[in-house]
Design a protein around this ligand. Structure first.
Ligand code: PGA
Length: 251
């Protein structure tokens, strides 16, 4: 079954409002004819201005994190409805940097995913093993646990627009990309876990992105793999020229 590619930039803690709006101005016409979905996960402050700038384009603006509560005394946190009001249409959840530096566990990530789905903002759930996990042959165990615990209580009926991003932690920001064979094989495994949890129909339809040092030089061979349906890109999504090349990898 043909799944539409999503090329998603994750800007992390980069770009002021001025830089973000200049970026979307620079790419809008360059990516306008792409058949691929074009996503940018921007800092909270840039969501409103970037989504206003891209209102009549195919560029979709989203956030990099959210809390699962509707509101409350949670200093520094942000709620789904606040993101949606600002113009975010998707949200990255459980990125390895959130897991590692802000102690997010699968239970918290699961609450966020459920909130995102019920609030109608598309979640991109990130999973991935560390180098230690891979060297100890724990990759599949870790991924199965991350996926099943992060998606607990959901059903094929309400999993809706969920996207998965497989990002080996050892490949993020390191310049080391998984070989296409390793990436494809691990995507197949993630899809098989989705099948175990939600059945074959969801497994065939769900979009699974690859992330970890994706760049214009390697995007084409990664996207040529059967089970890789797009990319979640950090470093190479910070420059307009490079991001445009990623989006237009098939042109
Ligand atoms: P990278 O980051 O492309 O810089 O490796 C990917 C990510 O963290 O999503």
């Amino acid at each position: 079954m043909a799944r539409k590619y999503i090329i998603a930039g994750n800007w992390k803690m980069y770009k002021t409002i001025a830089e973000a709006t200049a970026f979307v101005d620079a790419i809008a016409t360059e990516v306008a004819n792409s058949d691929n979905a074009v996503y940018l996960a921007v800092p909270y402050t840039a969501i409103r201005p970037a989504s206003e700038k891209t209102a009549n384009t195919n560029v979709v603006i989203g956030a990099q994190n959210m809390n699962d509560a509707d509101e409350g005394a949670f200093t520094g946190e942000i709620a789904a409805n606040m993101l949606i009001e600002a113009g975010a249409q998707f949200v990255v959840i459980g990125h390895s940097e959130r897991r590692a530096y802000f102690n997010e566990d699968n239970a918290f990530i699961n609450r966020k995913i459920k909130k995102a789905l019920s609030a109608k903002i598309q979640p991109i759930l990130c999973v991935g093993e560390t180098l230690e996990d891979r060297e100890n042959n724990k990759t599949e165990e870790v991924l199965r646990q991350q996926l099943t615990e992060s998606l607990a209580d959901l059903t094929a009926e309400n999993v809706g627009p969920l996207v998965i991003a497989y990002e080996p932690v050892w490949a993020i920001g390191t310049g080391k990309t998984a070989t296409v064979d390793v990436a494809q094989e691990t995507h197949v495994f993630c899809r098989s876990v989705i099948k175990d949890v939600f059945g074959d129909d969801v497994a065939q339809k769900i979009t699974i992105l690859y992330g970890g040092s994706v760049k214009p030089e390697n995007v084409k061979e990664l996207m040529a793999q059967n089970d890789i349906d797009g990319a979640l890109v950090g470093g190479a999504a910070l420059q307009p020229e490079s991001f445009v090349k990623l989006v237009n990898f098939d042109k």
